[in-house]
Design a protein around this ligand. Structure first.
Ligand code: SF4
Length: 110
């Protein structure tokens, strides 16, 4: 899934400096953009940062940004998440104790 840090989200530090995400370096200072977050997001510096993120290949578990990124990728919402859930259930099927399957049976009857 593509990370949309710096495009759909931004991190602003206490002193006004901003980054694409907490794990990345400082991109600029909001004061230089008259505290206009949209201008900061659309700045050349942030554009360069956004272009650099895929090459960084950061394999993060930054849940806020993963959630945010997935909202802007319908294929992830509709297929990848559902498929990942289904696959892990299938992979675990032989290990599932019968008692755990009973929980789902109870849901069907509700
Ligand atoms: S993949 Fe994670 S660490 Fe990398 S820029 Fe996106 S949110 Fe930050």
């Amino acid at each position: 899934m593509l990370c949309t840090a710096g495009e759909t989200s931004i991190v602003i530090d206490h002193n006004g400096r901003f980054r694409a995400c907490e794990m990345r370096g400082i991109v600029g200072d909001l004061a230089d953009f008259d505290f206009d977050v949209r201008r900061a997001l659309e700045s050349e510096a942030m554009g360069a940062e956004v272009r650099a993120i895929p090459a960084a290949n950061c394999w993060c578990t930054h849940s806020c940004f993963i959630q945010d990124s997935s909202k802007f990728q319908p294929s992830v919402q509709l297929f990848h998440i559902a498929w990942a859930w289904f696959r892990q259930r299938i992979d675990r099927l032989p290990e599932l104790p019968a008692a755990e399957l009973e929980r789902f049976k109870a849901l069907e009857l509700a």
